[in-house]
Write a protein of this length. Structure first.
Length: 162
């Protein structure tokens, strides 16, 4: 009797999780008629041709992953490694990160000016098995970078702000 009740509780939870994952795959778009601005938030394809996703509330999923022995990458919701991100200036984004690896990670967004690179946003440190999220609002058009504080040569990518 207890086992059957657990099944009745588990099935709706599993279905809810699947629906949540499907919702993440929706790309946010607002299109207006003439004299309006077209807003489209997408992630560019990365080198393996996998695309990422931004949900309708401008949420970016970018998780830590171990892709080889002691080799780490940022991975989007479709499995794309170190994907390029397309963002719109003056739009607030929530970046959600899950860390299922055995190593600590921290996402840093940086800008280069006059040959110097400086951090302009960063996640909290993400312990193994934990997750984190933070807000980011790019305020300038151009190219930014992102990387992991602890694995900068393995976990890095480009953010294009338009």
């Amino acid at each position: 009797m207890i086992y059957r009740m657990g099944m009745f509780i588990a099935i709706p939870l599993i279905l809810s999780s699947v629906l949540s994952l499907l919702t993440i795959e929706i790309v946010a778009s607002q299109v207006a008629e003439s004299n309006s601005i077209i807003h489209s938030v997408t992630m560019l394809e990365n080198t393996s041709n996998a695309t990422g996703a931004v949900s309708s509330n401008n949420t970016i999923i970018l998780n830590a992953a171990e892709v080889g022995e002691e080799t780490y990458r940022w991975v989007n919701s479709t499995g794309g490694e170190n994907p390029n991100l397309n963002l719109i200036s003056d739009t607030e984004y929530t970046i959600k990160i899950d860390n299922p690896t055995d190593e600590e990670h921290e996402l840093i967004i940086d800008s280069e000016s006059d040959g110097k690179t400086s951090a302009i946003a960063q996640s909290p440190e993400i312990e193994p098995g934990k997750n984190a999220e933070f807000e980011f609002k790019p305020n300038q058009v151009g190219e930014l970078g992102y990387h992991c504080e602890y694995h900068p040569d393995q976990m890095n990518g480009t953010i294009n702000v338009s």
